[in-house]
Each structure stands twice: as C-alpha cells, then as structure tokens.
Design a protein around this ligand. Structure first.
Ligand SMILES: Cc1ncc(COP(=O)(O)O)c(C=O)c1O
Length: 382
C-alpha cells in the first residue's frame, strides 16, 4: 500500500496519449524547424512540404506521397481519382472509424459493410466475395488499431474481380505485412492507393490536421495532385473538379523531424503493449490483442476484448483512479443514424459492446504502466 501511494505521488498524470512529453523530448529539433517556417513565412507549399513528401516516400519505399489537409480528405481525394460511376459499391469493414463511410456518401458511392475477423478486428476476408456484385468497384480496407488487414487475401480477391484496393492506413503507418513468398511491404504500399492521417494522436502525428495519399501509380498520382489542388496543373487552369487540401508547411517541417523517430515511437508503443500483454494474458475477463503471424502491430491503440465486464462501470472506476480509457468504437457503421443499413454484422456489433482501449503512447513511464496494470487487475478482484 505504501509503495503504491509513493508511486501515485511521483507519477505524472496519465493520458490516453501524452503528446506534451513527446514534444518536450523533441523540442530542440522541432522548434528550429518551425521557426524556419515562421522566419521565411512560406506557410503554404513551402519547400518543407516536398522534403517531407520525399522523406515519407523513401521511408515507405513508395513512388508517390501527396500530402493533404487530413486523413478524411485523403480518402475523398483517393476516391475522386478513381472516377467511379455514381452508386458504385465499396466493400469496407463495418467496425471502424467513420471517415470511409462518410466519404462514400459524399461522393454518392455505396459502402457495403462487411463483418470483421473476431481476432484481428480487420475486415473478414473470407466474407468479402459474397458481397461482390457487378457494381462493386473497390475494396477499401482499414488497418485497425495498428494491425495490417490480410492484404494477400484482399489483393487476390481484388485481382480476381478487377477491383481497386484502397488502404486506409491512418492507424497503422510504419507497420509491415509479409506475403507468403516472403516479400515484406510497409502497410499502405500494397493496394492501388493508400491514405493516412497525421492527426496529433496518430503514431506519426502533427500539431493540428494533416494527411497524405500514397500510390505507386504514376497516372493516379498525377490526378491526385491535381484534385488536391483545385483540379489544376497549371495555375488558374482547372481541368478537372478538385478540392483545396494542403498540408501546411509548419506541419510538414515538424513531421520531417518526427518521421526520423517513427520506428522508435513504434518500439516504445510495443514495449508498453508487452507489459500489458504479460499482465493480462490468460485473464478470465480480458483478451489481449492478437497479432497475426504475417503482420506487425504498431499499437496505435491497445485494445482489449472483454468478457462479462460492465464497460461503463469499468471506465468509471478507472476514471476515478485517474486512468482514461476509450471505446473505439461504440456503434458499428451500419447502426449509425447517418449511414443506417438494415443488416446484421454480429462480430462488429459484439466488439462495439466489449472492446476497451487503455492509454498507450511514446512517453509513458514504468510507474504509469504499473499503476494502470495494478488498477485493472484490482478491478476484477473486488
Ligand atoms: C482509420 C481512420 N481513417 C481516417 C481517419 C481520418 O483522419 P483525419 O482525422 O485526419 O481526417 C482517422 C482518424 O481518426 C482514422 O482513424
């Protein structure tokens, strides 16, 4: 008891993700990078944007990275570049963040929600083919929580049915996927187009909004660049309908600094996850994240599946102890008022009832991790 009290006194407050500590750690590199933008006042399309795009392209080993304003815009621009007929069907997981469904509706495309694999929480590749119709044009997968969807299966289905594949890589940048022939690819470099978000809490996050579109296809890349820039290649000459979606120079400058540390950020997240895994493995109420043999997990979230747990009560008790928790996501996409479909996706529906995410991030100290573990374990003892 005395030891725990001591730990509580010394411990810094716990957050779902501690962005302030990460900034303090990198301040000596980040501040001059931002100051340079302020001094040059090249706020829009400064050279730092190109520098960042090139650095990310080389990190991912991909031909084109087109920065844009956020991860939702990135998805919208990716779909616009495919020029799909109205009503085209887009196969996508039913348990995910809202952005994909939202963008489909905005572009008058039809999201076809498919249930997810109960272990990986990613799209159930065994279920995809039964949803394919002559109107299906795209499989838009999400690499949820930090784990890559089964891309080998997805690419095989897409090839068989002549479909595009879009990877929503907002939660999994830096992850890797190994094909059965042994070749290894970074997530977000396997499909025809991938998108990502630099929302501050993402594994590679900026100090506001940011995003990018990634492709190896030269023709799509050209089109994506135009769409993101009002549909113009030559200033004030607009050949196609576009949007205004730019990554600010300040964000690009800072992301260039942070990108150098992305792999070490991931290692730090993995270390936290390993502590949690060890503490909660074989627990009768908690199931630790499953990591498929051919993927890595970059732990954008550390999400437990619970069994016979009152999630609201658990969250309330944790909150009283100063431990934030989150439910990503409390309602499946087909049950959201704006996107309602009268279908049943049992796994997605169940996960919305029983998943719980614990704090994870780069600058957690051992006291915080131990405090969280002890309180979670104690909850089930009382
Ligand atoms: C899977 C996924 N897709 C898309 C987005 C949208 O990104 P943004 O908030 O940058 O628009 C997010 C952000 O939370 C996300 O997690």
């Amino acid at each position: 008891m005395f030891a725990i009290l001591n730990t509580e006194i010394r411990m810094k407050p716990i957050q779902m993700v501690d962005l302030a500590s990460q900034y303090q750690r990198l301040k000596s590199e980040i501040d001059p990078a931002i100051a340079e933008v302020l001094t040059k006042a090249n706020f829009i399309n400064g050279t730092q944007v190109k520098t960042f795009a090139n650095a990310l392209a080389s990190y991912l080993n991909v031909k084109h990275v087109i920065p844009c304003a956020n991860g939702t815009d990135a998805l919208q621009i990716a779909f616009m570049a495919l020029d799909l007929p109205e009503g085209s069907e887009i196969i996508t997981p039913g348990f995910s963040y809202i952005a994909l469904a939202e963008v489909c509706h905005l572009l008058k495309l039809k999201p076809v929600f498919v249930d997810v694999n109960p272990q990986t929480f990613n799209i159930d590749t065994n279920a995809i083919e039964k949803y394919i119709t002559p109107n299906t044009k795209v499989i838009a997968t999400v690499h949820l929580y930090g784990q890559t969807a089964d891309m080998e299966a997805i690419m095989a289905i897409a090839e068989k049915h002549s479909l595009y594949v879009i990877e929503d890589n907002a939660q999994s940048i830096g992850g890797e996927y190994t094909f059965s022939n042994g070749s290894i690819f970074k997530t977000g470099t396997i499909g025809h187009i991938s998108t990502t978000s630099f929302f501050p809490s993402k594994n590679l996050g900026c100090f506001g909004d940011g995003g990018a579109i990634v492709t190896n296809d030269d023709i799509l890349a050209e089109k994506i660049k135009m769409i993101a820039n009002h549909g113009q290649k030559v200033k004030y000459i607009h050949d196609i309908v576009g949007v205004n979606s730019r990554l600010d120079t300040i964000q690009a400058a800072l992301l260039t600094v942070k990108l150098k540390y992305l792999d070490s950020f991931i290692e730090e997240r993995k270390a936290v996850a390993e502590h949690y895994n060890k503490a909660f493995e074989n627990h009768s109420h908690l199931k630790t994240p499953f990591v498929a043999f051919n993927t890595t997990h970059v732990y954008h979230q550390y999400t437990l599946q619970t069994c016979n747990v009152n999630i609201d009560d658990f969250r309330k008790v944790m909150q009283e102890k100063g431990i934030p928790t989150m439910v990503y996501y409390p309602l499946p996409l087909h049950q959201q008022n704006a996107y309602k479909q009268d279908i049943s996706l049992p796994i997605s529906e169940l996960l919305c009832q029983n998943v719980i995410s614990l704090p994870i991030g780069t600058d957690m100290d051992e006291n915080q991790i131990e405090y969280i573990i002890q309180n979670v374990l104690n909850y089930f003892k009382s």
